[in-house]
Design a protein. Structure first.
Length: 322
């Protein structure tokens, strides 16, 4: 019989050897190179703050879009005025033919009181006519959008108001309406009415078909569809019509003043232009024309501001940076 193999002899551990051997893995783990900060933070359950690059350099004020929208037109205006003054001075043109910008500015200062009173009358007629055009135009547009038959029956007459010269209609309105201010307001409102009707009607009908089907699927009433779907979709078109209509209201007010020929304290800038032309006071005529132009620019800027306030937070026409 063969002898079974002897079991290996077990040596008793050396004093302190077992403790050192058990502590060896922890020591080896501590001896390893320190892990990256991101891995340690991930194991700890907290993510480090993302590394931020260098802060962007501030855009110079001359390159900011808001500054450029004001600075560029002002620069063009200054160049035009300088060339105008140089040409008048160089060719020695008489004031009754072409006044210089300096003479026009002097006339604005000397005739400030009557020109400002006339400006107030023209602005009052313009604002009243614009308000009337907006109220009537929006009401007619809401009527058109409710029935296609009503729109087909009445829209040609709205076009007729647009293509009829206000100079031909204004004398009749002034004869029929005894109050001069009311007659001029009606004349100016007729000029400014069509853009509101056309743009608002187009906007009320420019509705996404899918959204319209969704409203029908949820059994929305006609009023809910109008207020919650058609009106928001029509706002960009409506404000576009406001920008056009505000300028047309000013033109209509000036034309109505020309036809009415009112004088005295109730005279507008059109009367100042007529009177200056009869007296060959051409610098005063140019000053009145300048006030009319500045009023038109102010109305356009006001309508653009209202558009940004209403559409700036959600519509692509105002939120796009292109």
């Amino acid at each position: 019989m063969s002898a079974s193999p002897a079991a290996p002899a077990v040596r008793p551990p050396m004093p302190g050897l077992g403790t050192a051997s058990r502590a060896a893995p922890a020591a080896a783990q501590q001896a390893t190179p320190r892990e990256p900060a991101i891995a340690q933070a991930t194991k700890a359950g907290t993510a480090p703050a993302p590394a931020t690059g260098p802060s962007p350099r501030p855009v110079p004020w001359a390159r900011q879009p808001r500054v450029q929208r004001v600075m560029y037109p002002l620069l063009v205006g200054v160049v035009v005025l300088v060339l105008w003054q140089a040409l008048v001075t160089g060719f020695d043109l008489p004031p009754y033919l072409v006044p210089s910008p300096l003479l026009m500015a002097k006339t604005l200062v000397t005739d400030f009181a009557p020109l400002m009173l006339s400006l107030w009358v023209t602005v009052k007629i313009t604002v009243l006519a614009f308000v009337v055009a907006v109220v009537v135009g929006v009401a007619v547009s809401f009527l058109f959008v409710q029935s296609k038959g009503i729109e087909m029956a009445l829209f040609p007459y709205a076009v007729l108001l647009q293509v009829t010269p206000i100079v031909a209609v204004a004398p009749l309105i002034i004869i029929w309406v005894k109050d001069p201010v009311a007659s001029m307001v009606i004349c100016a409102a007729l000029v400014a009415l069509f853009p509101i009707i056309s743009n608002t009607t187009l906007g009320l009908r420019s509705v996404d078909p899918d959204l319209q089907a969704y409203f029908k699927l949820n059994h929305a009433t006609r009023w809910q569809t109008l207020v919650r779907l058609r009106v928001p979709s029509a706002l960009p078109y409506f404000f576009g019509g406001l920008r056009i209509s505000s300028g047309l209201a000013l033109i209509g007010a000036v034309v109505a003043e020309f036809v009415a020929g009112t004088g005295g304290t109730g005279a507008g800038l059109a009367y100042q232009i007529l009177q200056s032309g009869f007296q060959l006071n051409i610098p005063r005529m140019f000053a009145a024309l300048l006030l009319i132009s500045l009023t038109g620019v102010a109305l356009f800027v006001l309508m653009a501001w209202a558009t940004r306030r209403a559409l700036g937070s959600w519509h692509a026409s105002e939120t796009s940076s292109d």
